[in-house]
Design a protein around this ligand. Structure first.
Ligand code: ATP
Ligand code: MG
Length: 243
């Protein structure tokens, strides 16, 4: 699903250059659920933006679902972002003046999906994220967990093959966070969706099957999470994170 070779990002400000991602070599297979953990400022969000074509790499290769991202024109890249990738952010990023249904339809509208098909898809998605009855509510009338479920429905609208989630439970209490994680987990199992999720929370990371530990713009370690060994792996990682 994702292959990177020597993927890097450098920010230039004045005379200084700031290397944020240092030549990442990574392979993520179709259908994997991967968590990325690591200290604040280590480049996790930047990496996620690169993987989703929201930001352009300074160097290296990035292939997603068979497409070399750097070879795409602006127009092709926009198409790629709409069709292949769904994004979920910590602060939901819903449009406050749009209803639940309108928010979910946002990408479908941008892509020119016919109204009738949009309606059908919205109904399916509303059901899938358990928001029946809230179709005409505005984001301000929803709880944080409900808002994040709208964001998940919006991310899924175009049937993307990859979901990128940046701290999706970061603003939620344990109970609402748990609901969101179970929902992502179910979607992953039911549809074979590939998920890459950045998180600070070991509880959230344990929903994944693999954990990448990121530090100073590099992958420091890569762990398979096998049922029964998760707690042990996590303890070691947390010790590193707090070191
Ligand atoms: N547009 C930018 N211009 C310059 N530097 C940037 C820019 N965006 C990010 N950075 C720098 O890149 C580094 C990594 O930022 P990033 O947001 O990827 O970290 P993170 O691992 O997601 O941190 P957190 O856990 O706090 O969200 C930081 O030092 C940040 O200052
Ligand atoms: Mg971040």
């Amino acid at each position: 699903m994702i292959i990177t070779k020597n993927l890097g990002k450098v920010y230039e400000s004045g005379e200084q250059s700031h290397v944020v991602i240092k030549g990442v070599d990574l392979q993520i297979n179709k259908g994997e659920f991967v968590a990325i953990m690591g200290p604040s400022g280590s480049g996790k969000s930047t990496l996620l933006h690169l993987l989703g074509g929201l930001d352009t790499p300074s160097n290296g290769e990035l292939r997603i679902d068979g497409t070399e991202i750097s070879s795409l024109s602006e127009k092709e890249l926009a198409y790629f972002r709409r069709r292949k990738v769904g994004y979920i952010f910590q602060n939901y990023q819903l449009l406050p003046s749009m209803t639940v249904s309108e928010n979910i339809a946002f990408t479908m509208n941008a892509d020119g999906v016919p109204q009738k098909k949009q309606k059908q898809r919205i109904a399916e998605l509303i059901k899938s994220v358990n928001l029946e009855g809230k179709e005409h509510f505005f984001p301000s009338q929803l709880s944080g967990g409900q808002q994040q479920r709208v964001a998940i429905a919006r991310a899924l609208a175009m049937n993307p093959s990859l979901i990128l989630a940046d701290e999706p439970t970061g603003n939620l209490d344990r109970k609402m966070g748990k609901d969101i994680l179970h929902l992502l987990s179910r979607l992953h199992h039911d549809t074979g969706l590939t998920i890459v999720m950045v998180t600070h929370d070991p509880y959230a990371a344990k929903f994944a099957e693999r954990i990448l530990f990121f530090k100073d713009g590099e992958i420091q370690s890569d762990h398979k999470l096998v049922e029964g060994e998760k707690d042990h792996v996590m303890e070691n990682l947390l010790a590193k994170l707090n070191a």
